[in-house]
Design a protein around this ligand. Structure first.
Ligand code: F6P
Length: 546
């Protein structure tokens, strides 16, 4: 048994769970008129209602004790202070320094001047592209920017650019190419003109197979179109920590935007990886995004644990996965502009918490990360919500919604909000047999016909959700929202005693892909070194690929 599952706080939570698991959220609301006030909070401009969760004041007290036993406040200081919290890679995780206004020391050196220098470089460059002062080799202003990157070098900037679409300009389109599937690049480039296209090659390591393959093909497309080698220096910039590889690719150092080892890929949108965001919405809006995240950092560092947004969300995640046995968590933005937010969170949460070995290298005997998934509402209601309401697994959910929209269709926004709140209420309340019977009777059914339909009309309810409300999806609100989840993940990792900042699990597949590639390229007939299934598939595809 681990120290965690052996701890008095854990055992107390297990006993407490046994005593409240049969308790329905309807009862909890009925017996506590203060429940909404008690279990809601404001954090950096976001309102978080977590009262529709299967908790009582006792649950929260026990979970807070768990956080204290894990020394969460000390770990938070370590994180924000630039300690080597990523012990398997001997790195800090100082993404908060990227949005800081005060000195942050790493290895005895203040990193803020470097951060500000790169931000200034991003400001000058994005202003020049947006104003048309910076032009392609034939003298035309850029109309399209293509970011080539994958994982953290794609998902964050792609999600934010989409989320802040109302702040963008129709004259300058920003595209994202990530997949090594050639369709992604081909489809994107098919409508573009090399004379007016700028490429950003974004890769922390600058060794990622997919990104380099896409960057090389994009370079070829550009050179074929413009027929001059010097076009690359006018149409390509890089964002990376690896100056040597950037230069080897053919991008000059003055066209490189630097960031640092202490920025994890999935935490990097605040760094120069955010360059496409600056170009899409302007540097002032990017600065607002940083300001929103900074406000959440301050909240996380200063708010008492009981009223701390990331702490509460992290504790709820540990509570459900470990005591209710949930295995997935839905993120449901009632905001079309947040369509990519679930995908972004998948990397943030699943790469960070998909671990089964603790910080001391021992296998864990508890649940760590769960599957994160989701789609915007109301679309999801007409697709997978059936399972949320009446399916057998218990799925927890976060609902995200704005009080105001950017578009002028106020009636649509009211419908959207009505649907969002109705879903959280339906999940919580359900519909009892008596209620279902009354409803069927009101529809004129009776006797056997009614009894036959009755079981299908019952909703168990008691399905937990958290609702996060922002006034409107401004850069500041979005920054706070993203940082909320970043810190939530950190809270979980501290309690679960795992490293949230490494991702060794993605390496094996990368290695095998490298060894498999020459075998796919070789003529059929040679010996293959894999298992029967993989060998069989290679042979099958090889025979049909040319
Ligand atoms: O494969 C996982 C990963 O290392 C992510 O953690 C990272 O965000 C992504 O690949 C891209 O890496 P890079 O920015 O170095 O190209």
């Amino acid at each position: 048994m681990s120290r965690l599952t052996e701890s008095p706080a854990w055992k107390a939570l297990a006993a407490h769970h046994a005593s409240i698991q049969g308790c329905h959220l309807r009862e909890l609301f009925a017996t506590d008129p203060q429940r909404f006030e008690r279990f809601s909070l404001e954090a950096a401009g976001l309102f978080i209602d977590y009262s529709k969760n299967r908790i009582t004041a006792d649950t929260l007290a026990l979970l807070i004790q768990l956080a204290r036993d894990a020394e969460l406040p000390r770990w938070t200081e370590r994180l924000l202070g630039g300690d080597m919290v990523n012990h398997t890679e001997q790195r800090a995780a100082l993404h908060t320094a990227l949005r800081a206004e005060q000195s942050v020391y790493f290895g005895g050196r203040d990193v803020l001047p470097d951060v500000k220098r790169v931000l200034e470089h991003m400001r000058r460059f994005s202003d020049a592209v947006r104003s048309g002062n910076l032009r392609g080799i034939t003298g035309k202003p850029f109309t399209d920017v293509v970011n080539i990157g994958i994982g953290g070098s794609d998902l964050g900037p792609a999600m934010v650019t989409e989320a802040l679409r109302p702040y963008g300009s129709p004259e300058l389109k920003v595209h994202f190419v990530s997949n090594v599937d050639g369709s992604h690049l081909t489809d994107t480039l098919s409508a573009l003109n090399p004379e007016t296209t700028l490429f950003i090659v974004a890769s922390k390591t600058f060794t990622t197979q997919e990104t380099l393959a896409n960057a090389r093909s994009a370079r070829e497309w550009l050179l074929n179109g413009l027929r001059t080698g010097s076009a690359v220096s006018r149409h390509f910039v890089a964002v990376s920590t690896n100056a040597e590889e950037v230069q080897r690719f053919g991008i000059a150092p003055n066209n490189m935007f630097e960031f640092w080892d202490w920025v994890g890929g999935r935490y990097s949108l605040w760094s120069a990886i955010g360059l496409p965001i600056c170009i899409a919405v302007g540097f002032e809006n990017f600065a607002e995004l940083l300001a929103g995240a900074r406000a959440m950092d301050e909240h996380f560092a200063q708010a008492p644990l009981e009223k701390n947004g990331p702490v509460i969300l992290g504790l709820l995640a540990v509570w459900y996965a470990n005591f209710f046995g949930t295995r997935s968590h839905a993120v449901l933005p009632y905001d079309q502009h947040l369509a990519r937010f679930p995908a972004y969170l998948q990397q943030l949460e699943m790469e960070s918490l998909g671990k089964s070995v603790d910080r001391q290298g021992r296998p864990v005997d508890y649940q760590t990360g769960v599957v994160i998934w989701g789609e915007p509402g109301t679309n999801g209601q007409h697709a997978f919500f059936q399972l949320l309401h009446q399916g057998t697994p218990l799925v927890t959910a976060d609902f995200l919604v704005g009080a105001r929209a950017h578009h002028p269709l106020a009636a649509h926004q009211r419908m959207l909000v009505a649907n969002c709140l109705a879903q959280t209420e339906a999940l919580m309340r359900g519909r009892t047999e008596d209620e279902a019977r009354a409803e069927l009777e009101a529809r004129g059914l009776k006797g056997e016909a009614l009894e036959r339909l009755l079981p299908y009309q019952v909703f168990p309810g008691n399905r937990p959700s958290t609702t996060i409300v922002y006034e409107s999806l401004t850069p500041r609100a979005l920054g706070a929202l993203i940082a909320l989840y970043e810190h939530k993940v950190f809270v979980e990792s501290v309690i679960l005693n795992i490293n949230a900042f490494d991702q060794w699990g993605v390496e094996l597949g990368k290695q095998l892909a490298k060894s498999l590639l020459p075998e796919l390229e070789a003529p059929p007939g040679g010996t293959l070194s894999h298992d029967a299934s993989t060998n069989g598939l290679i042979n099958y595809i090889r025979a049909r690929s040319s």
